[in-house]
Write a protein that binds this ligand. Sequence first.
Ligand code: SF4
Length: 725
Amino acid sequence: MSVIPVDVLKKHHRVLAEYTYELRPVDRGYANRTLYINLSDMTIKEKPVTEEMKRIFTGGRGFALWLLWNAVKDDTRWNDPENELIIANGPLCGILSYPGTGKSTVVTISPLTNLVIDSNVGGMVGPYLKGAGFDALEIQGKADRDVVIVIDGDTGHITIEEAPLEAPYAHLSARALTEMYARDEKDLRNIAVVAAGHGAEFTRYGMLNFSWYDLRRKEVRYKQAARGGSGTVFRDKRIKAIVVRKSGWGAKSNNAAKPELIRKASARINKEIAELDDKQNQMRKVGTAHLVGIMNDYDLLPVHNFQYGSHPDAHKIAKDVWIGLFTQGVPDGCHYGCSLSCSHAVDHFHLHTGPFKGQAVLVDGPEYENAAGLGANLGIFDPNEVLELNFYCDTYGLDTISFGTSMAFAMECYQRGVITREHTGGLDLTWGNFEDIIEVLHQMARGEGFGLIVGQGVRWMKEFFVETYGADPQLLNDIGMEVKGLEFSFYVTKESLAQQGGYAIANKGPQHDEAWLIFMDMVNNQIPTFEDKAEALHYFPYWRTWFSLHGLCKLPWNDIEPADNALQPEPHKVPEHVENYCWLYEGMTGIPVTPDDLIGQSERVYNFQRVFNIRRGSGRRQNDYPPYRAVGPVTVEEYESRRERYDRQLKEDVGVDPTGLSTEEKIRILREYRMNRYEQLLDAVYARRGWTREGIPTLETLKRLQIDFPDVVRVVKAALEETGQ
Ligand code: SF4
């Protein structure tokens, strides 16, 4: 594929709108204003950040939800012009001396769920946006042609530019735009780009690549805001890219109130990482891909559309293989200064298919989710095939998780005879058939064939297969791995009731960043009762939400642990690191906080998001159920693959002797028992969270959390009346 030179691209950039603003220093972590752009009428304006916004919503995801709440109507669809795409950073974003402080959160109404999606992402966009003067960027309306938004934080100048020629591939457009807006080679590091890709135009799970410039490799690298279709919204608005420039951003740029506290926390964690990472998870060598072997050992690695939890070939895509393939010895932080440095890459990877066939490229990743979802769950155990799928998902702007789970669902449907070769356009979707799997991916980017069907996601396919091909709805509902319309990320939850709830109750849908309790629940048996599980499903989703309010990465919280962590009273909370975060917050804002205060910040935003879901017609008990495959065995093969375990549970837990019962009968009894336990879990979680039995936050809860704004109360009162409570 020939690449258009940067000067030719630039010549075709015509300025459609521009705006000049006053540059101001960041104050105690806040820029104290947000930027609003409307692409329909080319409005560009600033909005103030109020003290109330900071007190109630903190920043990051909190700010974004509040802005979106005020921008949309109750029935706004994802592709209506009033839907917004919001990118927010947070008060601790851009500290840089502490690992994991470069995150942005993207919020929009999702094409997959019709609910609010939040997706957090690394790269340098978040810090540079703040440095340019904004705590959030709010984009509404739709352009009538392809545009690039350029925010120059050095000059205080914003432009919306027509951009007709940029390649529809993220790895090319991000590189070209970085070169186009850098004054010279030294300036390349001061540019960060948001870019989607061609695939985002034809699917519902388009994602966004957020870049940073890799100084050692001299390459533009990127991380993904992957979940929920934010890239699809981006392209629907005809945005090709967003470019942010800020030079001179450094450790002091946040103008922290008590920098000595930030230095104290940074020194402590950086020492731990230097001394302990090699003995613990080896994040600096392999990143989250170290999890593949562990998940396989505990029967938690999804295989063949989550039917099974392990596979004899899993070692072929496990830790040691990735350590060998990743370039070692280079700092791989996704923001400058991240000492946990887990964003690994394979350099000079030779592609065998698609528009870049024969070229050597850099592949960012894979992380655990990619290895599991593009590998084991599709029956692929060749690391080169995983890498090729990973590269094309990224450059086409497609979420690897939704692609992997949607593809696996289509493959199981094919192998169960629900769909045939006739429906797939001749493709043979048997497990591990890489050639035809990657053809589906290429079709998504070309907007043709069966790729268009798989690109609509699991929920859409279920309805389509039932209506068009007469498929059995019960079977498809049981094996279609989605909740609320979002595809599952890659953990088998059958033996962890708490994780089933963690996935299915999550506001955005089943994504592990909100709740991940498998080890506490299943492996270590630390939360045996319903009350214990409810307590964990109170604390951990709120705690994990906290990171996205501040512009932080969760990984340095518990993917590295202090040497004496196991001796602490609540080791799973990693108390020393929570203390670090209290120091960071006080150090930045000057406001002393306790660990409970941090949870309080999240609880407000989390409950507000729940009410946002209620406003959108969801957020009730009926919306919090997982597909049965996430709870127990759906098919005879699944039951038989773990017969000993299930027979024992029938005998010991259910009180039914399995002897002489057919497998179908055993499946039915086990299902009744497990779903009954799931109902009890929902009751316990809702009670602990201050919600009604229907999952609606009570008026007292809203008041306690100080989110009882008239509009919020209106939504909740209507839902309470509707559910008779
Ligand atoms: S820990 Fe990894 S993902 Fe998190 S900020 Fe650092 S490099 Fe990025």
